[in-house]
Design a protein around this ligand. Structure first.
Ligand SMILES: *Cc1c(COP(=O)(O)O)cnc(C)c1O
Length: 354
């Protein structure tokens, strides 16, 4: 039985990565110990950490003028770390509000800074990304690049002349991105990069000078950068899993993955758009290639569909609890067969099968 897992996160991992982790679980290489048992100060663990950093640097072409940090606390901790570290010049932070995760980032920033929402699509159900041009004189502008709940993604990088911070939790390494277009990028690992427990922060080094020494040590980007994410115990197993996922992306090729992601999303959007039962309300220009929400328009019918899909081994298709309906997350590790199986089930449901 093949089960296809459309979870938004924690999410599907490449089978080869799980097998590799399994084969190395009891003893990592010739160390005689499990990664789970290893000191984070040991040379062997440092080699895992370094391999992960070098791999993500190669894959994203991250310049030496940026630090790569492996932190705990999820993407959600960044919502409060960012203003505490970086809103130290004017005390102001600007946002473009594109969904539920933006809203949470706004709420946390308000605890530490004066917040201005430059644009929002909230009153239209977050069905699109607001158009610029935007102007800002704040300490930074924060955007949510891919909106995991609403299924939108920025079509272009907004340019405002202040540092640009982007939450890329649900789209990191799903396609190429120009790191230099941004000053901070961050992503929880459990969507496209590994397992829960770790967040990757890519930060331009000149921003580290702004970090105040009046916040707790763990909260400070400059301390993590100086200690190469080994200030305290990092999430060692998560970091190891991310190393494996990054190796898999390098072996597969980011170009191959990008093309596959685009093709899979196109297949599913076409099936939904041609359907007489299912629909997706997102503006075509701004549609996410990672998270695809859809609905029958009836809560009761959606529930029937979800049960039907699950009986055919298509799992975790329920939309976020704040939105309802269905959502198919097509992260890098989703095989095309999974998308084809979903489309087949959409057609059978349309034809009256239950
Ligand atoms: C999942 C998600 C988050 C929250 O991640 P946690 O690791 O659970 O804190 C934040 N932003 C986006 C865009 C997400 O998809």
């Amino acid at each position: 039985m093949t089960v296809y897992n459309f979870s938004a996160g924690p999410a599907v991992l490449p089978a080869s990565v799980l097998l590799k982790a399994q084969s190395e679980l009891l003893a990592y290489e010739d160390s005689g110990q499990s990664v789970l048992e290893m000191s984070h100060r040991s040379p062997i663990f440092e080699s895992i950490r370094d391999a992960a950093e070098q791999s993500i640097r190669r894959l994203m072409s991250i310049p030496d003028s940026y630090s790569v940090l492996f932190l705990q606390g999820g993407a959600s901790l960044q919502f409060s770390m960012l203003p505490q570290n970086l809103a130290t010049q004017t005390g102001r932070v600007d946002f473009i509000d594109t969904g539920g995760w933006s809203k949470k980032a706004v709420a946390d920033a308000k605890q530490y800074a004066t917040v201005d929402v430059l644009a929002s699509s909230a009153d239209q159900g977050y069905r699109f990304i607001p158009d610029g041009p935007f102007s800002s004189s704040a300490d930074y502008l924060h955007i949510t690049w891919n909106n995991t709940l609403e299924g939108t993604t920025f079509p272009t990088v907004p340019r405002v002349g202040v540092p640009l911070v982007a939450d890329i939790s649900s789209s990191i390494l799903s396609e190429p991105m120009t790191v230099e277009d941004f000053d901070v990028l961050y992503a929880g690992a459990q969507k496209n990069l590994g397992v829960a427990g770790m967040t990757v922060v890519i930060i331009k080094n000149d921003l580290l000078d702004r970090v105040p020494d009046t916040i707790g040590a763990y909260l400070r980007y400059d301390i993590h950068a100086k200690h190469r994410s080994l200030y305290n115990t990092p999430p060692t197993f998560s970091l190891y899993m991310t190393k494996l996922v990054l190796e898999w992306i390098e072996q597969t090729g980011l170009e191959t993955i990008t093309k596959r992601n685009a093709a899979q999303a196109t297949l599913l959007y076409e099936a939904i758009d041609q359907s007489t039962v299912f629909h997706n309300a997102v503006a075509v220009r701004d549609r996410s290639r990672m998270n695809i929400p859809f609905s029958t328009g009836s809560e009761a019918e959606d529930t029937v569909f979800l049960a039907f899909a699950e009986r055919h081994d298509l799992i975790n298709l329920a939309g976020h609890r704040s939105i309802g309906g269905m959502r198919a997350s097509l992260y890098n590790a989703m095989p095309t067969e999974g998308v084809e199986a979903l489309i087949d089930i959409l057609h059978r449901f349309e034809q009256g099968e239950r």
